[in-house]
Design a protein around this ligand. Sequence first.
Ligand code: MN
Length: 201
Amino acid sequence: MAFTLPPLPYDHAALEPTIDAETMKLHHGKHHQAYVDKLNEAVAEEGLEGKSLEEILGAISSLSKKARNNGGGHWNHSFFWETMKPGGGAPSGALAEAIDAAFGSLDGLKTKFGEAGVGQFGSGWVWLLAGGTVGLRIVSSPNQDNPLMDDAADKGVPILGNDVWEHAYYLKYNNRRPDYLKAWWDVVDWDKVAERFAAAG
Ligand code: MN
């Protein structure tokens, strides 16, 4: 079974004005599709048929750059679309308590997350990780790397992630990555984040 592009769970324009429809069209239909297509090439070239994406990422240190960049690209973007919804919301319950414990407040989390996003030189991702014994923490990764990769420094469970590649924000925010990072909170699906947090244990 070849990997396929998952449909967006909302319309291209649903995250306006935070993320414009044109950016969503290109990001999902062109960028994500390209990761899927090249991942399928890597699967054929490297004999990875039948492996799940998680299995591929868990053995990425022994695979090609093509498998890494496009396997990561497919996982990261699939996760990203599901992390957002029109209207956003706010964390509550056990998740809100864990955020307060780790960062002092939701604003504390947003500040730290924004700093990590601005501090990621070039293209990459910022993640909020759960799991393990150290509580919630923020990590960034270059290119399409992610915490599921076997050579990741912190293999915690991602419960939230933002794409800081220029293709994610340049049409609307130009070079103003800090503005994009700040505005993005308006479309975070906290119910989804809470669901992932509960599953992370
Ligand atoms: Mn992207």
